[in-house]
Design a protein around this ligand. Sequence first.
Ligand SMILES: Cc1cc2nc3c(=O)[nH]c(=O)nc-3n(C[C@H](O)[C@H](O)[C@H](O)COP(=O)(O)OP(=O)(O)OC[C@H]3O[C@@H](n4cnc5c(N)ncnc54)[C@H](O)[C@@H]3O)c2cc1C
Length: 478
Amino acid sequence: MRKPLPQDFISRLRDIVGETFAVDDEETLLRHGHDETPNLKPSLPDVVVRPGDVDQVQRVMQLCAKDGVYVTPRGAGSGKAGGCVAVYGGVVLGLDRLTRTLEIDKENQLARVEPGVILQPFQETVESEGMFYPPDPASLSWCTLGGNVACNAGGPRALKYGVTGTYVLGVDAVLPTGERIKTGRSTTKGVAGYDVTSLITGSEGTLAIITGITLKLLPNPRFVQTALAVFPSTEPAVRSVSAILARGILPRTLEYMDRDSIEAVRVMNPPYRFPANAGAALILETDGESEQGTLEALERCLDVTAEFGAVDAFLAQDAKQRRDIWQSRRLLSEATRKIKKRKVSEDIVVPRSKIPEMVARTGLLGEKHRLMTCSFGHAGDGNLHTQILFDDESELPRVESLLDDLFDTVLELGGTITGEHGVGLSKKKYLPKELGADVVALQQRLKDAFDPRGILNPGKFLPDKVLLHAAKAAAAGS
Ligand SMILES: Cc1cc2nc3c(=O)[nH]c(=O)nc-3n(C[C@H](O)[C@H](O)[C@H](O)COP(=O)(O)OP(=O)(O)OC[C@H]3O[C@@H](n4cnc5c(N)ncnc54)[C@H](O)[C@@H]3O)c2cc1C
């Protein structure tokens, strides 16, 4: 429930961050009223505040805590679950001016960064020093490391290297009470006390504002090899994924595209021409310290795919051919938009062995609700980006019904409703189904310990405390 800002609040914010960094003009509010979640109703903040340093973040938070003003943290706004949208108005706190890479420590293989650092340039800097920071969400050219930590972002390389949380050794944070804390450590090992770093990682901006991050780095693998294998259907593609892993080969990616995704990509004339009988495809990538070893690992993968009935295989011979292979996958987003005007994109996860059943049942749900669907994603992790394609608003009720059925199916197959995008607003109603009421209640108690007044990113995945407070206040008044 929205409430008006206290008197002079914006001018008090401007005293902290300066005139130009506490803004409430319509254009700015509109720009900050949404993220990249398809079909999410925009919700405008009352003011957008962009502090220039950690002291300013703390002073803004102290002011909001004193006056009970809601605060919603925001990185680049590339989220796909509505996490940085201020559902009840108040302050959107942009962390995009905190962009310093404070330290890259080669000897201890770690980096200290501010939250507004953009992922891709950071990776390039790290690689220029001979090290490697693996998390690779497809939004890497513009998402922030703060947003990555808040969402525990993943990407294709998570199969071998894990998600963002694997690399977060510690965070500096400002709590909703205005206190500053430092969690974690600078060592790869350490088990002192509760793991508050991991609790804040993936908390989607509901527990604390991340103002600094200590990241573990790895040595940069010297060689990478990429191939694409095409199958007549999903079943043999997924069976070969399991067989590759069972034979002790750990590629860094095993990306999957179903028949409908391949058909969608054909519209874009991709550099790799899929054969007419393509019913599924895998992009396989290996990396390592020796060129020969990396190539041999990939060839062993291709032997497995052939054993399982691959109808075509293409091994990239140079960097251009590698880019061409990935282009087929990257064109998917644009391709689906050419087929239908609108889409919903989910990131469900099922146990790997259940992918064929999940893909088949998604197709049946599409037929049941008269909607077009396709699935692609990180087959090695069981993480599928299921797309529901449609043309206009009138179809939204059918989309909603399909989603209800989809998430029921995911949970029935032992999966989870989100592998990397987070719960935010868009999957809020499904969370209790996955976690159960007792675990949701425990999560609420944890949230209360961090944020007793419920002012940080209200209205997101936990039960709606703001509405609860309003109902209590109304009852007390009546
Ligand atoms: C084309 C596209 C492809 C994508 N591909 C992937 C993918 O492959 N894998 C994947 O995991 N995600 C993917 N995403 C989703 C998104 O890019 C990631 O979740 C990313 O981590 C969000 O970063 P951001 O800086 O944009 O955060 P925002 O969208 O601004 O915020 C996301 C959440 O983090 C919180 N937050 C942001 N900064 C802070 C902070 N400093 N302190 C506390 N909370 C904070 C916000 O409140 C919000 O809840 C994709 C998105 C797009 C548009």
